[in-house]
Design a binder for this molecule. Structure first.
Ligand code: PAF
Length: 301
């Protein structure tokens, strides 16, 4: 029998629940040393989130999953409105993954004075790729992540880790930078992307694809895999070939396909099409399929 996590609606409830569970864990350990893993989410949980929670479960005594649809990171009110919300189903999935606490605050708890006047700036790293087509998105996402990392901070001495999906590579790079640049006392853990059997990266947006669009969308992973195979063989990367592959699928409207440094997301300085590929890189892709914007990436090297 799986047990549903404790539901905390306020910061005070979250604090009380994590103090109690960390206290219990300390009492049952000889060394008394405990750890807490936080998994920030916007709900509409799927197997991709489940992988984050399972990773946190394996490494920590107490696992907290936050569920909050953050208005600050949505450009258009319509997108915020149509974002799927289903707390009951989320709690069932969290029970199956062994989460201890679900922190699902209302907007008034997170932003008691309305939209915050002071926000985290995602800088140049947040202005490109996804940031270029969604101005303000990463400032909004980092602002709430900063708040969630504060809320989740263990109320008693304990190791502290936070889990983010590698699927959102730019978000992960930004969260790592924020934690390093602003000295957040938390270890940021990146968790590999979960894919359907045919390779499509799991995303809460996939539900908006028609069956034909879904088939078309598979070219994103196909083109990334094409580059990865070349990188694995230390061959020059045929980015033009990957682009041609994507252009041949009419329903897919490519925004970008770029090979970049995994931390700075700067395009690689050397021309990896002419030299055998031996470095470390990320291939990033974003495209629209119908109304649905999809992103994916693969680590090269
Ligand atoms: O990746 C997400 O689901 C969101 O951007 C996050 C990190 C929960 C912040 O709202």
């Amino acid at each position: 029998m799986t047990r549903r996590p404790v539901l905390a609606r306020t910061y005070a409830e979250l604090n009380a629940a994590s103090a109690e569970l960390l206290g219990r864990a300390a009492a049952s350990h000889h060394a008394g040393h405990t750890s807490l893993g936080l998994v920030p989410t916007m709900g509409a949980l799927h197997e991709g989130h489940a992988a984050l929670v399972r990773n946190a479960r394996e490494a920590n005594d107490v696992v907290v999953v936050s569920i909050f649809v953050n208005p600050l990171q949505f450009g258009e009110a319509a997108d915020l409105e149509r974002y799927p919300r289903n707390l009951e189903a989320d709690l069932d999935l969290l029970a199956a993954c062994g989460a201890d606490i679900a922190f699902a605050p209302l907007a008034d708890e997170v932003y008691p004075g309305g939209e915050p006047m002071v926000r985290i700036s995602s800088g140049a790293l947040g202005a490109k790729f996804e940031g270029a087509s969604r101005p303000g998105h990463f400032d909004g996402a980092l602002t709430v992540v900063a708040k969630l990392l504060h809320y989740g901070l263990p109320p008693v001495p304990a190791d502290y880790r936070a889990y983010f999906g590698q699927k959102d590579a730019q978000q992960l790079a930004l969260v790592r930078r924020m934690a390093a640049d602003l000295d957040f006392p938390v270890e940021i853990v990146g968790v590999p992307t979960v894919r359907d059997a045919d390779g499509l990266a799991l995303s809460s947006r996939n539900r908006f694809l028609t069956p034909e669009q879904r088939t078309a969308a598979l070219v994103l992973h196909r083109s990334l895999s094409y580059l990865k195979e070349q990188a694995d063989r230390h061959e020059p990367l045929d980015v033009e070939g990957a682009l041609a592959m994507i252009r041949s699928v009419l329903q897919v409207d490519l925004d970008y396909l770029e090979v970049v440094d995994p931390d700075s997301l700067e395009p690689l300085a050397f021309n990896c099409q002419d030299t055998p590929f031996t470095g470390e890189a990320l291939a990033l892709i974003a495209a629209r399929v119908g109304d649905v914007r999809l992103i994916d990436n693969v680590r090269l090297g």
